[in-house]
Design a protein around this ligand. Structure first.
Ligand SMILES: *Cc1c(COP(=O)(O)O)cnc(C)c1O
Length: 427
């Protein structure tokens, strides 16, 4: 139960979940684009960020696009065409085909599946990394052996069990689209996320570990694939004196101004990661006497610590009910819940956020199948899960977890106040 303390002052300046952190070089490369008048979707900044990021991640090709969502869309479309052939103009390349998708993720992970008229099937989450459960994925292949595409995300900057997922995908002849939007710089056994998909993507949205204000990138190894994506993203213009079109196009290319921001941010990626890691460690230490745990980071991985998250022990949860758009809870001594903690933080001008609500709980996807490690399952309350012994990990993490203020500009003094507020929630 949160007990207000008058000696804690409300923050004058809002403490953000994750806001852009600029360093100055970004302005230099924007100015460079102005000076050279490359104020378009071509120019040196684009060429350089493509080259530098491909090298940094360890892929042969990187294509700069307008957003991570656009990168996912084209990655999914390219994979679909490899698997199922070229669609009629105006028809989705997936046309009702089933695609296995991460369940606890941000909606953009699978928007591209829907844009291409595919049919997402959600795969439950596991507790070790809060990402796609390989056991549930294997179950899903038993139920739907025809599936040939897996779209998998690394949530909050912690890599999932991507090697196990790769092994399963290979055994079933499926392609992997890897959504590393949140995990740029994170590694599995020293290999960068972004290396594990047949096609992978990262994002430069304003809240990500480094930003371009917006923007994204598709990563692959085949130069022809990369050039095809470049062509699709610039309206599929054929090599002809006039506008000649053989394929449907998109206006998805990154602007050279945005690429300038990314170019200036890139040298600061590792600095941001170490600052984010320090934030995670301070929370961990600050919560050591509370009935909570930090989001888990598997031993063979290096996270980028994009967002620090916590999960409340089952028996320290106060009674709470979440409707579609509102939540209520009972303040109980010695216990708390995500809503109470988020409201307490907000009352001091600090921003946290609920865990990304699993896709199988979203009204938009209520008709779509959801597979848990025990086989088929649909959204059930935590109480139901407990009673029935059914495992629906996504619901459980959503009900007990939350994302903490993780802005790299937050000072350790400010973070200590956040920690104090959260400690007071369990009085
Ligand atoms: C941010 C994000 C995206 C989308 O990236 P945008 O650049 O904002 O379009 C996709 N997937 C995940 C998991 C994300 O967090």
């Amino acid at each position: 139960m949160f007990i207000h303390d008058d000696s804690i002052k409300k923050f004058d300046k809002k403490i953000w979940l994750a806001s852009p952190t600029m360093h100055g070089e970004e302005q230099k490369w924007i100015n460079d684009a102005f000076d050279k008048n490359w104020i378009t979707t071509a120019g040196e900044n684009i060429n350089i960020v493509e080259k530098e990021i491909a090298e940094y991640i360890g892929r042969k090709q990187a294509v700069a696009l307008s957003s991570g969502t656009a990168a996912l869309h084209l990655a999914i479309k390219l994979a679909a065409e490899k698997l199922y052939g070229m669609p009629q103009v105006g028809h989705g390349s997936l046309e009702g085909r089933r695609v296995f998708c991460s369940d606890m993720t941000f909606d953009a992970t699978l928007n591209g599946v829907l844009y291409e008229n595919g049919n997402p099937i959600f795969i439950d989450t596991e507790y070790d990394s809060w990402n796609m459960d390989p056991v549930a994925l294997e179950k899903a292949f038993e139920i739907y052996p025809d599936v040939k595409m897996i779209v998998v995300a690394h949530l909050y900057g912690t890599p999932g069990k991507i090697k196990e997922i790769r092994e399963i995908a290979d055994r079933h002849g499926a392609l992997i689209i890897e959504d590393a939007a949140e995990s740029f710089g994170a590694k599995v056994d020293k290999v960068q996320t972004g290396c594990f998909g047949d096609y992978s993507i990262i994002s430069f949205n304003g809240n990500k570990i480094i930003t371009g204000s917006s923007g994204g990138m598709l990563l692959c190894d085949d130069v022809e694939d990369a050039n095809k994506i470049r062509k699709w993203s610039t309206q599929s213009r054929e090599d002809a004196p006039w506008y000649q079109h053989e394929e449907l196009g998109y206006n998805y290319r990154m602007s050279n101004i945005i690429a300038g921001v990314v170019r200036g941010q890139l040298p600061h990626l590792e600095e941001h990661i170490s600052q984010k890691k320090a934030i995670y460690e301070r929370y961990k230490e600050g919560f050591k006497d509370l009935p909570v745990k930090m989001n888990p980071i598997p031993d063979n991985t290096e996270a980028n610590y994009w967002l620090s998250c916590m999960i409340i022990d089952q028996d320290a949860m106060c009674q709470t009910v979440r409707g579609e758009k509102k939540a209520i809870y009972n303040a109980e001594s010695g216990k708390s819940c995500p809503t109470e903690i988020l409201e307490s933080l907000m009352s001091y001008n600090a921003e946290g956020r609920p865990i990304w609500k699993p896709m199988h709980m979203q009204p938009l996807y209520r008709m779509h199948p959801f597979v848990t490690s025990l086989g088929n399952g649909r959204a059930k309350s935590n109480a139901y899960i407990k009673e029935s012994g059914m495992v629906d990990v996504g619901v459980d993490i959503f009900e007990r977890g939350l994302c903490l203020p993780s802005d790299v500009k937050m000072s350790s003094e400010e973070q200590n106040i956040i920690i104090e507020i959260i400690n007071r929630c369990f009085i």
